[in-house]
Design a protein around this ligand. Structure first.
Ligand code: UT7
Length: 325
């Protein structure tokens, strides 16, 4: 088996900023409620010209440049998203065309907020076995397209963005361990009920606002901390490491209270937890992806550091990836 590492990262955030003050004018909410309950101050919103593949393409270009690779060098493109440009073809194929990555095999992964971690784990298998040399994975979402802007319990939470990573064989370090899991018995807690084969789009489904995110936030909150802690501990155990060995955790950015409760239970000081939720809200698969990219860009990740990606989301699904940078 070959060692697999991340050799380049990139991100793209749409220009438009929607602040908590803006939301106060749209629904019955307050900056105080959103800040204290979630840690979010503002989020980005894609323009009407920008689809999920456009965000992904921009992030991918930055990651390829960082990795010093050309689009033709890619053997595999995996896009993690719950907001594809359309039901089919895959967003990965659209990104392939945008990049001109004509040698790549392309497909999407639907694993909600854990999608970026899932995509890394899948890409790793192909490279470790020597099937492929270079893989691009992107967490990319235009959640604003499925957000009910009249529902204050969800619309204050989400944002748009994309983060990308290029995986390749590395001489030292790289991915030390991975762990992922799923529990479909809790699928009802977070979903978009219509627009698929269960409830195809009709005037009725639109009138009932079923093409928007529906979430039982409280119920998810109860499971979230335990899932993230257990996931981290399993990945650490597999690598023979302890929490104190971790230099930086890149958690899914759903709620700062979930993240800090997780850190406390793991015995991790807050300065070893990377946050970007304040600026971007919850971007599902793009949250861990952009957070990883930003942590690299601002120098919070140095060569030799032990990094833990830890995510959970709708499904429910969860995943962790321990990396020596
Ligand atoms: O991405 C992965 C999956 N998602 C998550 O991990 C999300 C997990 N859940 C959460 O982060 C939290 O449950 C939320 C942020 C969604 C909600 O926070 P909470 O502290 O659990 O609030 P709550 O749902 O218990 O609501 C408390 C109160 C309610 O009012 P009453 O019934 O106590 O009078 C809500 O109606 O807050 C009210 N409320 C709001 N008030 C002002 C709900 N949304 C808002 C709002 N502004 N935007």
């Amino acid at each position: 088996m070959k060692k697999v590492g991340i050799i380049g990262v990139g991100e793209y955030l749409p220009k438009k900023i929607l602040t908590n003050a803006d939301l106060e004018k749209m629904v019955d909410t307050s900056d105080e409620w959103i800040t204290t309950r979630t840690g979010i101050k503002e989020r980005r919103i894609a323009s009407s010209q920008e689809a999920t593949s456009d965000l992904a393409t921009n992030a991918a270009k930055e990651a390829l440049k960082d990795a010093r690779l050309k689009p033709q060098d890619l053997d595999l493109i995996i896009i993690a998203t719950i907001t594809p440009d359309m039901q089919f073809p895959s967003t990965a194929c659209l990104v392939q065309a945008n990049l001109g990555a004509k040698n790549a095999v392309c497909f999407d992964i639907s694993a909600a907020c854990a999608g970026f971690v899932y995509a890394i784990i899948v890409a790793q298998q192909f490279i470790a076995r020597g099937t492929y040399k270079n893989a691009l994975v992107v967490g990319t979402e235009v959640l604003s397209s499925i957000t009910d802007w009249e529902d204050r319990s969800t619309c204050v939470l989400f944002g748009d963005g994309a983060g990308a990573a290029v995986l390749s064989e590395v001489k030292s370090g790289g991915i030390l361990s991975t762990y992922f899991g799923s529990d479909g018995s809790m699928a009802n807690l977070l979903m978009m009920p219509a627009g698929g084969s269960r409830n195809p789009t009709t005037h009725k489904t639109i009138d009932k606002r079923l093409h928007y995110i529906k979430m039982e936030g409280n119920e998810i909150f109860k499971s979230a901390v335990k899932i993230m802690v257990d996931t981290a501990q399993i990945a650490l155990k597999q690598a023979g490491l302890k929490c104190s060995d971790v230099d930086l955790v890149i958690p899914h950015q759903a709620n700062v209270r979930i993240i800090m409760a997780m850190a406390k239970r793991l015995g991790l000081p807050s300065d070893r937890v990377f946050l970007n939720i304040e600026k971007y809200g919850n971007m599902s698969s793009a949250s861990t992806a952009t957070a990883l990219c930003e942590a690299v860009k601002v120098g919070r990740i140095k060569k030799g550091d032990i990094i833990l990606l830890d995510a959970f989301g709708a499904g429910l699904v969860w995943g962790a990836c321990l990396i020596k940078w």
